[in-house]
Structures are given as C-alpha cells and as structure tokens.
Design a binder for this molecule. Structure first.
Ligand SMILES: Cc1cc2nc3c(=O)[nH]c(=O)nc-3n(C[C@H](O)[C@H](O)[C@H](O)COP(=O)(O)O)c2cc1C
Length: 232
C-alpha cells in the first residue's frame, strides 16, 4: 500500500521533544519566575510574542480562541485560530465577523479562552476571561491598516455560513470588487469588528526537561492581582 494518504508520516507515539534540549530559544532561558510578571501579564506576553517573531516563528500572534456554544442541548466548547491584533493591560484584541459562529457564541456567552503556543520556544500562554466588542473607533483604526483585498474579502464573506461552491465565493468577491470599484476608502462592514478579551486569568507555561515544566498563573480580580505557581 503506497498511497501517501494512508501511509503514516511518522510514528506519532514516539514523536517526542524533551524541552530544554532542542529549543531554538537561547539555551540560557532561565526558569520562569513570578518576578517576570511583577509588572503585570501584558509585558511578558508582549516579550514572548516579540521573541517568537525574532526567531522566525510564522504568525507569532496567532492564538487558538475557544468560545462556548449554547446552541445544542448542552454547552459545547468550540475552538479556532485568530490573530491577536492588539495587546494592552486591559486585554488582547482580535478582529472578526460579528455574525460568524464565534460572534454568535460570544453574543450568547461572552466568556472565552485564548491560547498562544510557540513549540519552537517551548512556551504557551493562556488568556481567559470575558469579551466585549471594542469601540467602533478602535476597529476603524485597525481597518485603516488592512490592505484592499482583505477589506474586500471581509465584505464578500458571510463568515461561517455554508456556500455551495468555490465559484460562488469568487462571484461574491467579484460583486463587492465591482461595487467598491470607484471607492478609494472601503468602509468597515457593519457586521465586522474587534473583540477585547479581558483576562481574569493568564497562565504562562515554559517547557522544561523531564516534563517538569514551569507554570505561573496571574489572577486578576478588580484591583487585586495574585500570582501562583502551578504543578506541571
Ligand atoms: C493562522 C490563522 C489566523 C486566523 N486569523 C483569523 C482572524 O484574525 N479572524 C478571523 O475571523 N478568522 C481568522 N482565522 C480563521 C478562523 O480560524 C476561523 O476559520 C474563522 O474565523 C471562522 O470561525 P467560526 O466559524 O468559528 O466563527 C484564522 C485562521 C488561521 C489558521
């Protein structure tokens, strides 16, 4: 049987990285310590994204966003990747279609979790809390940075809805391209914008030898912040 679709690419059970040996991160990466979040969680997350970018990690600001679907008989988690497009002490910002599946889920239950993972650095960060839509001005400022084809794509896609074929999608793009042909500054679609995920919990994780990893969790409760080390 030589069909590459059924041939295993590797023995998954034996794939193993012992963090601490084979990292691209500087070998002298010290043990993650509560002192690293003395100024809050945001500078450390920013620093880790910067270091991932410096090491050539593709999309170092990608995060897996989990929401809760209340559409069925029992609540179910739903996860997908989005890009973190803003970072501030208040939280992390991402942009999407408000009418998408995630938009509907956040309207019904605003709680979300976002996980950044950089395996090449043996690091991950989890951000958990409540989301809110960002002000229209914040969305407009980001929209101004988006290239024309991304703006057209946002207008063309009824994100998360079914579409009969690729050709239908291309037709939708052709329609909005024609519609905005004479428009220099394509406006923000009314169904599109940003969310701020305001964390009440941020966990930093650093892989270590023998699976004895370092975990530091920052909990934010109003003006009170506590920092705790967790077992791996
Ligand atoms: C690396 C990467 C980055 C992505 N960034 C975004 C993003 O910033 N916003 C977005 O709406 N979708 C983004 N997507 C697509 C989402 O993962 C998802 O397919 C889409 O938002 C629809 O999700 P939903 O149906 O759960 O709402 C990205 C996908 C990948 C792989």
């Amino acid at each position: 049987m030589d069909d590459p679709r059924v041939r295993p690419v590797a023995d998954l059970a034996t794939m193993r990285v012992d963090y601490g040996d084979s990292l691209t991160v500087p070998a002298a990466d010290a043990d993650l310590d509560p002192a690293w979040v003395a100024d809050g969680w945001e500078p450390l997350l920013r620093h880790w994204i910067d270091e991932a970018r410096a090491l050539g990690v593709a999309e170092p600001n990608a995060m897996v966003l989990a929401t809760v679907s209340l559409a069925g008989p029992v609540p179910r988690p739903v996860a997908r990747t989005v890009l973190c497009k803003g970072l501030a002490p208040e939280g992390v910002i991402f942009y999407t279609n408000y009418d998408s599946a995630k938009g509907a889920q956040l309207a019904a239950d605003p709680y979300a979790a976002a996980s950044f993972v950089w395996p090449a650095l043996a690091r991950q960060v989890h951000v958990r809390g409540v989301t809110e839509r960002v002000p229209a001005g914040t969305t407009a400022a980001y929209w101004a940075e988006r290239p024309r084809d991304s703006r057209l794509g946002a207008w063309a896609s009824h994100q998360s809805r079914p579409v009969a074929s690729r050709a239908d999608l291309d037709r939708a793009l052709a329609e909005v391209t024609a519609r905005f042909a004479e428009v220099d500054d394509i406006p923000v679609p009314p169904f599109w914008g940003g969310y701020l995920l305001r964390p009440d919990e941020v966990e930093f994780w650093q892989g270590r030898r023998g699976r004895l990893h370092n975990r530091i969790v920052v909990r934010i409760d109003g003006q009170n912040t506590t920092v705790e080390r967790l077992q791996p």
